[in-house]
Design a protein around this ligand. Sequence first.
Ligand code: C5P
Length: 207
Amino acid sequence: MARKKIKILISAGPTREYIDPIRFISNPSSGKMGYLIAEYAKKNGFDVILVSGPTHLEPPEGVKLIKVETAKQMEKEILKNFPKVDILIMAAAVSDWRPYRKFKRKLKRKNQWALKLIPNPDILKNVSNIKKENQKIIGFALETDNILKNAIKKLKEKKIDLIIGNTPDFFGEGKKSDVFFIFKDGKVLKFKIKKEQLPPKIFELIL
Ligand code: C5P
């Protein structure tokens, strides 16, 4: 009998949080991490749904791509697709805040003014509330300092199965840097690897 295909939902890239129709706040995430994971998963026979913020990357062949811009749109797609999958990997750099309102028309130049921001939903936290026992949720924690302490805090707050902690050294390609795998049972593994080596490591450790 054929084995049931494992279904994976992956998020990638930045989100854009609009101030007016043409201006937004965002971050420099390239989306590379999530796309590399999606490509590896597809090549290894998994069904892959990729929810992606704006990037310049070509989606890997055979992957179902859902394009989004804002954190709210990303949350909607993740919550909608999560019940159908076995594993969620949140590699997106979701903006933690958005402007409290989006102005309908392009704002005119003016002197100093304050932009009020409100928090975006924590997608991982919300999705972990609807998680079934046989599903796995994996998140990333990019930290500039106290990487372990901060990553463990996020793992607990977001109630997920595994958090992968890294530093801004991980930006770009071809450079080795410290990566921590922190599991919900308290197990911690540390590797010095390149971004490209991470997807096989993830699947080796979670399956
Ligand atoms: O931004 P933060 O360091 O909390 O991100 C850690 C993890 O949480 C990442 O996996 C990211 O995709 C996810 N995240 C989320 N919703 C947010 C912010 C981050 O799911 N609003």
